[in-house]
Design a protein around this ligand. Structure first.
Ligand code: WTA
Length: 673
């Protein structure tokens, strides 16, 4: 059997840092233990007045002027919200604005020219720092070059790049000339690139020769070239030379070298074009329930205001901070919280090219220490990996510069929350558990770190001005403590405006389920399950497309997973529903243990017990399958469909798109045993 963790560091006996066993801790936390942010944090917080919730409520939708006021507008907007064509809402109409101007020029004009805008570190340890002055200079040169290549306002430019500074530079260059970008995650395949370029009718591509992963030079251009062969329209391509001599590449017809273009246009100045608030800033393709990716459309005024506002209010970012969101810019988190939000506020944003465990498992903590990072934002899956590797890695570094921690992307189980709080935050940093989506543009549900107490495992209340409610299948209220569906009943500035070229799908996917269209009452459905507690805190249970029905009871697979990863010795778990004659669905749990833990009967019993304790006997796994790895897509998402097929004893579907196809048969064999 393959295992990426084989032969590595022995596990810690306990990873929670205390004398409690993991289960006791989980139970204690589940019982509602809450934490107040430290007084010293509250005093300095950008937002620390609890009245803000009421103020936004009483003053809705004009409260959103507070977000728009964080930007510099070329032309003031006339109306905050226009809803006559709902759910095609329009925000800050009549306003004129440019994102590149807001992220660069205005900081240079107000004394920030020499402040670091981007601090980048490559996997091999090379570093680059761009001040706001440097960044503006290069963005202007590249924006001029793009224009020379023929890019006109409203042309979609596709960016297919890993975590190198030229990616945000290209984004801002596009924004400067009013050309929407469509960033395709570098880990996506050639086919995925082609599908997205075709869907957006994009005639321009910026990519690179390659990049480093675990010390090896990866050839990225090969993938881009292959993708281009599947694109119907003619494409002009720009190639960034990331690897130098390490990977020589040939520039064919319609291909241009990034450095040469920038050198040829050095010193050029380009007026940032005045964009209507509702003009598209970018497209971001995201997966839906069908195979065809959805082109989520975000606008210039509403999106940028919302990204800036949430970075200010939730991430507490100040210009003098060094802030690090350890996500990839190829996803929405990187767009909103590596690039647009932090740069709009004039702070220093960090970028790291590589993997967190190369060359050592303390790479992130080393970077954090070296750069005196104030704010750190990552995903629960990363935190669970850090836990698995052990607390000795962060303990070997000085992390005392940290003031605030954040998580995003999936529910965080209380034990991982506690580990993050203790071992990364040193028990002194508030944690914001931020729920949002590609479609929402920015954070929607989280505590305000300068205002609210934190409850491990619950994201928190909806942000001021956001009306999120948990409802039952027909839209009725759900009692606190019971599971239901998350809905959003009022629009917000960062919302998607439509799916590119597909208004019908936009309505069908997000608005059909709970709206009363005849009454013109529109309710956004994010397709997540959730539950509310007595204090109005929302716990996200996961996508309802992952919900399984056991004996007529709906169970969130993520909720069960959270229970299992709460068991001492468990590193990761995936739960799916397998066909069952009597129950409809039975719970199948695929479990990865921490290094050095054995897949014994007693471990199995503890897992089953953990699930029974956390949710009830109804969620008891029918089978617990120990495996060293889970089948994952190249973008890192667990392929649940395959696990369901295995659980149901069905023929296995396509595995070639997996990052680790070999693991599937291993798992299938152990289930069959
Ligand atoms: C999930 C990522 C629980 C959720 C920004 C949502 C979360 C999906 C959280 C969107 C959180 C995101 N707690 N679940 N704090 N944040 N999710 O579009 O299921 O990649 O619908 O956006 O991630 O994923 P997306």
């Amino acid at each position: 059997m393959v295992s990426i963790f084989m032969g590595e560091q022995p596990p810690e006996p306990t990873t929670d840092g205390g004398t409690d066993s993991g289960e006791e801790l989980e139970a204690r936390l589940a019982a509602g233990e809450s934490y107040d942010p430290p007084e010293s944090f509250v005093e300095q917080a950008n937002v620390n007045d609890p009245e803000i919730y009421e103020e936004f409520e009483e003053n809705w939708p004009d409260c959103w002027e507070r977000a728009a006021d964080l930007l510099t507008w070329f032309e003031d907007y006339e109306t905050v919200l226009e809803d006559d064509d709902a759910p095609f809402y329009r925000w800050f109409t009549g306003g004129e604005v440019n994102a590149s101007y807001n992220c660069l020029d205005r900081h240079v004009e107000t004394g920030g020219k020499n402040r670091a805008a981007i601090k980048w570190e490559g996997e091999l340890g090379e570093t680059r720092t761009y001040t706001y002055g440097d960044l503006l200079y290069e963005v202007e040169a590249f924006a001029t070059a793009l224009r020379d290549l023929g890019v006109a306002e409203d042309d979609v430019v596709t960016l297919y790049m890993p975590m190198i500074p030229e990616l945000p530079i290209a984004m801002l260059a596009c924004a400067r000339i009013g050309a929407p970008h469509s960033v395709v995650f570098a880990g996506f395949s050639a086919d995925a690139l082609a599908t997205r370029m075709n869907a957006a009718d994009s005639e321009y591509l910026v990519t690179c020769d390659g990049y480093y992963r675990r010390g090896d030079a990866l050839n990225h251009k090969e993938k881009a070239d292959k993708g281009l062969r599947g694109v119907e329209q003619d494409v002009e391509t720009v190639i960034v030379d990331r690897l130098g001599d390490e990977l020589n590449h040939f520039l064919g017809e319609h291909a241009h070298d990034y450095d040469e273009l920038v050198r040829a246009h050095e010193g050029a100045s380009v007026e940032p074009v005045s964009r209507d608030a509702e003009d598209m800033l970018f497209l971001m393709y995201t997966s839906g329930t069908t195979g065809q990716p959805k082109g989520v459309k975000h606008t210039t005024g509403g999106y940028l205001s919302y990204a800036a506002w949430t970075t200010h209010a939730v991430l507490d970012v100040k210009p003098e901070d060094t802030y690090w969101c350890a996500a990839d810019i190829g996803w929405i988190t990187g767009h909103s919280y590596i690039v647009y939000g932090p740069l709009a506020l004039g702070t220093t944003t960090m970028m790291y090219e590589g993997t967190p465990d190369y060359p050592e498992k303390d790479r992130l903590w080393e970077l954090l220490e070296k750069n005196d990072v104030d704010i750190f934002y990552t995903a629960p899956t990363a935190i669970r990996a850090f836990m698995k590797w052990g607390k000795q890695y962060p303990e070997g570094r000085d992390l005392s510069s940290l003031r605030l921690l954040g998580t995003v992307g999936e529910p965080i189980n209380p034990r991982a929350w506690q580990w993050y709080y203790d071992h990364i935050g040193g028990g002194e940093c508030p944690i914001v558990d931020t729920w949002w989506q590609t479609e929402t543009g920015g954070m929607m549900i989280t505590t305000l770190p300068g205002v609210g107490e934190m409850k491990p495992g619950a994201a928190g209340p909806p942000l001021p001005g956001i009306d999120a409610q948990v409802v039952d299948a027909v839209g009725g209220p759900v009692d606190p403590g019971n599971a239901g569906y998350l809905t959003v009943r009022r629009p917000w500035p960062g919302m998607l405006r439509t799916l590119y070229n597909n208004d019908d799908r936009f309505i069908n996917e997000y608005w059909r389920e709970y709206s009363d269209e005849d009454a013109d009452e529109w309710v956004y459905f994010p397709e997540d399950g959730a539950k509310l507690d007595e204090d109005g805190y929302i716990t996200i249970l996961g996508r309802v497309d992952d919900v399984i029905n056991v004996s007529g009871h709906r169970l969130g697979t993520m909720e069960i997973e959270s229970a299992i990863v709460g068991v001492d010795g468990v590193a990761e778990a995936a739960v799916v529903g397998g066909d069952h004659d009597v129950k409809g669905n039975a719970v199948y749990a695929y479990v990865i243990l921490e290094d050095g833990q054995d897949p014994t009967e007693s471990m199995r019993d503890r897992i089953v017990g953990g699930v029974e304790d956390a949710i009830g006997p109804i969620a008891r796994p029918e089978a617990v399958v120990f495996t060293p790895e889970l089948p994952k897509t190249r973008s890192g998402k667990i392929m649940r469909r395959l696990l369901e097929d295995i659980a149901s004893g069905e023929e296995l579907g396509e595995t070639s798109t997996l990052r680790n196809p070999e693991v599937v048969e291993d798992i299938a064999e152990s289930v069959g045993e």
